[in-house]
Design a protein around this ligand. Structure first.
Ligand code: G1P
Length: 294
């Protein structure tokens, strides 16, 4: 068997410029990516998922009033000193997870909210000519088989090209997602034949949705450069990927695990319950407490 070497994925892009109006007033001052999922902000969970997958450079596509997100990943010397003096080693250890190594965090500004495709295009200079991982921070995943991006990197090491994480959704909600048409729907990993952004249920080629994690080749930027508005009047990443599909391979990977839409209240609340239940520290007590409510 010959093993082909694919260019490693070392950079990740996190579009975080969105206003987060759905969560007002919680997000009046605080970016939605800073909402805590149990004990850590959503953005930290996404960064940790990236680190687990071997990502070494983190590119945030930010907008106005989003400086807290980058600050969260800066070393806080006063806090470190105070905790060191009090010998709080467990807290020091926990804090250290949010200190990114010097020179690995980069930001670029999306000046106008023109859509996901536009947000990704804003990262072109920082990504350069390399494959990259893309994380939609609204979506959080839980799996006992390693994080979603780790699973995708494993697929990529075999397939190369572009990889999209997918999950089945009820037929009636296809209009909320990018939807895939894959070659082997019964397989967890399959070549993608086509994709369409937010189709009505009657027009959807399947109920396999684009989940919010991608591995993309840099040629996507050339397509995004001239990408016209699509669904909802926005510059859609899915439309650009559909164009790239004509010249490059795209593989879908159905997540081995569960995913949560943290961009809506109910999904966010459910994610908090699910993540707390699987946390060794909070799980047992949480399970007992929940019994009082059911
Ligand atoms: C975006 C993508 C869509 C994907 C979804 C996952 O849509 O455009 O293809 O299915 O994220 O959450 P949005 O949620 O930004 O409308």
């Amino acid at each position: 068997m010959t093993i082909t070497k694919h260019k490693p994925v070392k950079k990740a892009v996190f579009p975080v410029a969105g206003l987060g109006t759905r969560f007002l007033p919680a997000t009046k001052v605080m970016p939605k990516e800073m909402l805590p999922l149990v004990d850590r902000p959503l953005i930290q969970r996404a960064v940790e998922e990236a680190q687990e997958a071997g990502i070494e450079e983190f590119i945030f596509v930010t907008g106005r009033n989003k400086s807290l997100i980058t600050e969260h990943f800066e070393l806080q010397p006063e806090m470190v000193e105070a905790l060191t003096n009090k010998n709080k080693t467990d807290l020091l250890e926990r804090l250290s997870h949010s200190d990114l190594p010097s020179g690995t965090l980069m930001t670029t500004v999306q000046q106008k909210a023109l859509g996901l495709g536009h947000a990704v295009w804003c990262a072109r200079k920082l990504v350069g000519d390399e494959p990259f991982a893309l994380f939609l921070v609204d979506v959080m995943t839980l799996s006992n088989q390693g994080g979603c991006m780790k699973q995708m990197i494993d697929v990529y090491s075999k397939t190369g090209g572009n990889v999209i994480a997918a999950a089945e959704v009820p037929n009636e909600v296809t209009y909320k997602y990018g939807i895939l048409d894959v070659e082997s729907p019964s397989n967890a990993v399959s070549p993608i034949k086509a994709m369409v952004e937010k189709p009505k249920p009657e027009d959807a080629p399947s109920n396999l949705s684009i989940l919010g994690r991608y591995i993309l080749q840099p040629e996507i930027f050339d397509i995004l450069e001239g990408q016209k508005q699509g669904a909802g009047g926005e510059i859609q990443l899915t439309d650009a990927m559909q164009t790239l599909l004509k010249s490059q391979d795209f593989t879908s990977m159905t997540l081995n695990g569960k995913h949560y839409d943290c961009g809506h209240h109910i999904g966010f609340i459910e994610a908090n319950i699910a993540f707390a239940l699987q946390d060794p520290k909070f799980g047992p007590e949480m399970r007992e407490i929940l019994k009082n409510y059911l």
